[in-house]
Design a protein around this ligand. Structure first.
Ligand SMILES: N[C@@H](CCC(=O)N[C@@H](CS)C(=O)NCC(=O)O)C(=O)O
Length: 203
């Protein structure tokens, strides 16, 4: 059985768990305590030398790292990754956008404000990150004003990749209310069959 190394609060891990749930694929979940250094053990560094989750270990023991690479691996030959080269390129476009223009600007403010509770100490850094993050939100709003999901009428891994940290943006002090199309998209994803929250009542 495949094994997912994850942490309780990881939005990147949530991407993978969402897709596993939408695909109804069984997996074993290993939840690491990052603050306690559980991603820095020799055993884990052999899976991911960057000491980060998520890592998906395949049936044959091969570790896959980088959340969006894992999404592509799992979505291949399913409707979550369209089949034509042109459609696939449009999905990839959003996956690269997520890693370069989005992830850090949403994940780090969320971590500082709501998890580490260091918002005041890092106020300047958070303001800088949010300023850049606003551009990403504006890009999402523009796109989602035209189509229900990022690449058209169907939810794909492009949406799954952007969903976690956008939907948790308010934890980092963002205001999503000026972005009604983004808010509608978040609700559409939450309503999909198989959707799971970041932290379920029973882990
Ligand atoms: N680009 C990576 C980022 C992964 C990442 O930043 N993971 C965080 C948890 S959400 C982590 O493990 N942080 C621990 C660290 O960087 O020390 C991905 O998309 O998977």
């Amino acid at each position: 059985m495949i094994t997912l190394y994850d942490s309780r609060q990881s939005g990147n891990g949530w991407k993978v768990r969402l897709l596993l749930s939408f695909l109804n694929l069984p997996f074993e979940r290993k939840v690491l305590d990052l603050a306690a250094g559980e991603a820095r053990t020799l055993e884990f560094l052999r899976l991911n030398p960057l000491a980060r989750v998520p890592v998906l270990v395949l049936d044959d023991g091969t570790p896959l790292v980088e959340s969006n690479a894992i999404l592509i691996h799992l979505a291949r030959d399913t409707p979550w990754l369209p089949s034509t080269p042109r459609e696939q390129s449009r999905v990839l476009q959003w996956l690269f956008f997520e890693q370069f223009d989005h992830l850090r600007y949403f994940a780090r403010p969320r971590y500082l404000v709501s998890i580490a509770r260091l918002g005041e100490k890092h106020a300047d850094e958070i303001a800088y990150l949010r300023q850049i993050g606003q551009k990403a939100l504006a890009a999402l709003e523009t796109r989602l004003a035209c189509t229900p999901f990022l690449t058209g009428g169907h939810c794909t891994i492009a949406d799954i990749a952007l969903f976690p940290y956008t939907s948790m943006a308010e934890m980092g002090g963002y205001d999503l209310r000026p972005h009604p199309s983004v808010c509608g998209w978040i609700e559409r994803i939450r309503a999909l069959p198989g959707f799971i929250p970041l932290i379920a009542d029973s882990p």
